[in-house]
Design a protein around this ligand. Structure first.
Ligand SMILES: O=C(O)CCC(=O)C(=O)O
Ligand SMILES: [Fe+2]
Length: 295
């Protein structure tokens, strides 16, 4: 039978499959659109304690996130202009543009370098999150790596494109401390749809024994998608919290160049002994491990 071309083209177009398919866990675990007004509600705390992560929509308006992103670019320009290689002993990770100029892909201690970020941390809702973390927790602005800004990009000169599976608590061992609960508060400066790769977590693994925290996967070397992983997508202005003991990775963007940039800051909330970093602090051993796997 001959198909009349006019009739054929009048048919509704079949629904377009999403550019990037989300992992199957995303079809089972719906990420609720929580918002954070003061302290976490009982429902929000339950979600966080159950899964080991939580996402809050519109922690700040897109415009504020865009202004904070401009502050990132300012910190970047200053670090490059000053020829800095480290901040408080923590190495910077650089990418190289096609014209040979450098940009910083991992900026530690950002709030010590920028009033804009320091004031951002004075938002009373951060104290609410700190209270949720537990008594004695504090915002670690000058400990470990302080407020870290990551700029993942997928392009030829980029050094920081993705991250293999890891737990953040492994760091504790390199500081000769028993891994304990510490929370990583993520703030999204740019949009993070599935296309730009982004955070993949293994829900509930924050409740694992230390043995599986160490050995479930090869830290940073294993980059393979896990059948049980969940993708955390977000928009500029959203905020996430994940437990440092949860297994997670950063997936490579399917886009390239500027469209692939995913800029997320991480703020550690810690308790325990206070070990302030200064310009005379030594490079943490942890970075040798990262260096070995090419970051
Ligand atoms: O890409 C992310 O959101 C997570 C980055 C991360 O896991 C890390 O810097 O330790
Ligand atoms: Fe991490």
């Amino acid at each position: 039978m001959q198909i009349d071309p006019v009739v054929a083209s009048a048919k509704p177009a079949p629904p377009r499959p999403p550019a990037v398919e989300l992992p199957r866990a995303n079809r089972v675990i719906q990420l609720p659109d929580f918002t954070l007004d003061g302290d976490l509600t009982a429902e929000q705390s339950d979600f966080f304690e159950t899964y080991g992560f939580i996402r809050f929509k519109r922690f700040v308006a897109r415009e504020r996130a865009a202004a904070l992103y401009q502050a990132v670019l300012e910190i970047d320009r200053k670090l490059v202009a000053d020829g800095r290689e480290k901040v408080n002993g923590v190495p910077l990770i650089f990418g190289t543009r096609a014209d040979g100029t450098r940009y910083v892909q991992r900026i530690p201690f950002a709030s010590l370098q920028s009033d804009v970020f320091h004031s951002f941390l004075q938002d009373p809702r951060f104290s609410g999150i700190t209270r949720t973390a537990g008594p004695g927790y504090r915002i670690a602005e000058d400990e470990r790596d302080g407020l870290v800004i990551n700029r993942f990009r997928n392009e030829a000169g980029a050094k920081y494109k993705r991250l293999g599976w890891h737990t953040d608590s492994l760091r504790d061992l390199f500081y000769f401390e028993k891994p304990r609960r510490y929370l990583n508060v993520g703030f999204y400066l740019t949009d993070s749809p599935a296309e730009v790769g982004g955070l993949r977590v293994l829900p509930c693994t924050h409740n694992q024994p230390i043995s599986s925290m160490l050995t479930r996967k090869m830290h940073f070397l294993d980059d393979a998608p896990d059948p049980d992983e969940l993708a955390i997508t977000a928009e500029a202005g959203d905020l996430t919290i994940h437990d440092g003991r949860i297994w997670h990775r950063t997936a490579l963007s399917t886009l390239t160049g500027d469209a692939s940039e995913r800029c997320v800051s991480y703020l550690p909330l810690m308790d325990g002994p206070l070990k302030r970093k200064t310009e005379s602090s030594k490079m943490p051993f942890y970075f040798r491990l990262k260096g070995l796997v090419g970051y």
